[in-house]
Design a protein. Sequence first.
Lengths: 66, 139
Amino acid sequence: MGAAEIIGLLLANAPAAIQTVGELKKLFMEGYGEVVAAVGEDATREQVLALMDEIAAKSKEIQDIP
Amino acid sequence: MRFTVRTMLTASAVTIALALSLTGCASLPRIIGAETATKMETASLKAAKTSLIVWRITQDAVLVYGRLPACDPAIPDVKVCRSAGAWDKIKSVELTTTAAILAARPLVEAGSDDIAFLAGVVTTVNNAQIAIAQARKGN
């Protein structure tokens, strides 16, 4: 594989890399805020149950990826 | 006279202290126990909620990784890809952890005060995060 082909592959891969970094950055920013908020407030059983439902749904999404 | 008054006052104080210790104070451990139990339950729910949020965010990150194109050994220069080996391990850890979390659901629904079980959610999530990090590193 020549240098031009490698550069081509890297450039073709760049949008995926940028998108991935962007998604992870967004996750971190939103997640950080959510965790800080959760630490500062009391929890109810209903909130815990709602989170369990979300987790079950996300788990299905993950497990469906081959 | 002054000695007698002092003696009576001292005797009264001792009597009051004894009465308190035998009546009012006898229920104090129960009151402290109930309050402590409520505080512990509140703290456990809060810790469980925080850990569940952390786990949901971890799942989002896992989804980002899972949606990457599969790595191609013929093109090792492409680094932004999903390794088949790591993905299998991550999926396995995700499945086990979510199953452990959801096992606590009947207890939460029933309003059980099983604090140990709720606190266990924190440990489960923490262990899963360590396992996922190791899987990503190829261990």
